[in-house]
Write a protein that binds this ligand. Structure first.
Ligand code: MN
Length: 259
């Protein structure tokens, strides 16, 4: 059985004259395909515009899926970590932030796995109590690398060093060459998370939970790399594997006693 992997949606930010396409919900095709290729069943989860419904809907959703994939997307609303918006912040989507925060809490509480990509890593860090650079180039004096790459998005542009012995190193090695399409990044790491990779200028490029068992988060976009670099499909395969293991453990725990 393919485990169900929930993939959170964004909405089109340009209004459309076609009523049913206006701000329609969508998710990245390359992530959908990576989940399918890795053996999962992707389900796209739209967010409610009414933030009062976020917690209840996240609970309902988390009861139905086996694993959660948080994709890239807009900047995180800085009020969620106690800051005013910097002049260099990009567009934000507060209702999406609130829904994903509720989903992260519900998923972690349920013991189900998460794979977070780019903005997904950032909202994960904020939800668990960390902070972000709203704009690396103007706020982090140590940055020496262009993290918002000008090259086409599927091309790797900078290197990362990955913590020896980590799950991530097991999957992609201790040195990886990755794409980079972010101008925000982790500033203070949330309690409960650990750094698993950094760029040569010190920018945090991957996080995991302290046991390195349930949550994997990468700042790059493996969904656009695996077609050329097979190792980059492995984070998706690990999510599917963890989801399957959780689902199996749950169903055997819930099985009726045979008399
Ligand atoms: Mn980067």
């Amino acid at each position: 059985m393919r485990p169900i992997i929930a993939l959170t949606a964004d909405t089109l930010d340009q209004p459309s004259p076609e009523l049913n396409v206006n701000h329609a919900d969508y998710a990245p095709r390359d992530i959908k395909n990576a989940i399918i290729k890795a053996g999962g069943m992707p389900v796209i989860l739209p967010f409610p515009e009414d933030v009062a419904l976020a917690a209840e809907m996240a609970q309902a959703a988390a009861a139905t899926f086996d694993g959660l994939l948080l994709p890239g997307g807009p900047d995180v609303d800085p009020t969620l970590y106690g800051e005013e918006p910097s002049p260099a912040i990009g567009s934000t989507e507060y209702p999406k932030d609130r829904f994903e925060q509720a989903l992260i809490r519900a998923t972690i509480t349920a013991g189900k796995p998460i794979l977070a990509i780019c903005r997904g890593l950032q909202i994960l860090n904020v939800t668990l109590g960390g902070t972000l650079y709203q704009d690396l180039a103007s706020q982090d004096p140590d940055v020496t690398i262009r993290h918002a790459q000008a090259a086409p998005g599927q091309y790797p542009t900078h290197h990362v060093t990955i913590k020896a012995g980590s799950q991530l190193a097991r999957l992609v090695g201790e040195h990886a060459y990755v794409n980079s399409r972010h101008h925000e990044a982790v500033k203070r790491v949330a309690p409960g998370l650990q750094v698993m990779a950094t760029a040569p200028d010190g920018v945090i490029e991957a996080l995991a939970d302290l046991q390195d068992r349930q949550v994997m988060a990468v700042q790059w976009h493996p969904e656009n790399l695996w077609q050329q670099d097979a190792a980059e499909l492995r984070p998706f395969a690990l999510l599917v594997q963890r989801a399957e293991a959780h689902a199996t453990a749950q169903s055997s725990a819930a099985a009726p006693l045979v008399s």
